[in-house]
Design a protein. Structure first.
Length: 167
């Protein structure tokens, strides 16, 4: 069973990598370079959770889905100081904390000053950024599906990041 889940995760990661760098281009990945960011870029807005979405383990975190926002642009959610957590997570340096997040695949990590970019795909996940001020900041919204996100440190520069698996 674990082998099957591992193969599924590899398949999802392969599909994610092909979409990001393969011959099939997507607008979602066209503006990942920091120089291409514009001032009028859309901000991920909280969306009410519907009955068919998975239950959120974190109280009162709105969920952003591809059906509610344009998944073809980089999402830029607000961030807040993170509380200590034992949630499973994928980190930009390739490590996994807690138990292995079986339903979350992340990649295409990039850093530019205070900004951290990543692409993740999973049923319910919450991105975070580690900043040079020694703090971790999490998105104020959770995501469901495939999204490219940019989180910005309120103080200092981005030194790490990743996403929590909330599914």
């Amino acid at each position: 069973m674990a082998f099957g889940k591992m193969l599924a995760a590899i398949g999802t990661a392969s599909a994610l990598a092909f979409t990001a760098v393969g011959t099939v281009s997507s607008v979602a990945f066209a503006d990942t370079a920091p120089a291409a960011q514009t001032a009028n870029q859309p901000v991920a807005q909280p969306v009410a959770q519907t009955a068919n979405q998975p239950a959120n383990q974190q109280a009162n975190i709105p969920v952003v889905t591809p059906e509610k926002v344009n998944a073809d642009v980089v999402q830029v959610p607000e961030v807040e100081l993170a509380k200590p957590s034992s949630l499973p997570a994928v980190h930009s340096n390739g490590t996994i904390t807690s138990i292995t997040p079986l339903d979350l695949v992340c990649g295409n990590f990039a850093f530019s000053g205070p900004s951290f970019f990543e692409t993740c795909n999973g049923p319910l996940w919450q991105p975070f950024v580690d900043c040079s001020d020694g703090n971790r900041y999490v998105s104020t919204v959770a995501f469901s599906g495939l999204f490219r996100v940019r989180l910005t440190c309120p103080v200092g520069v981005a030194v790490g990041g990743g996403a929590f698996d909330l599914s």
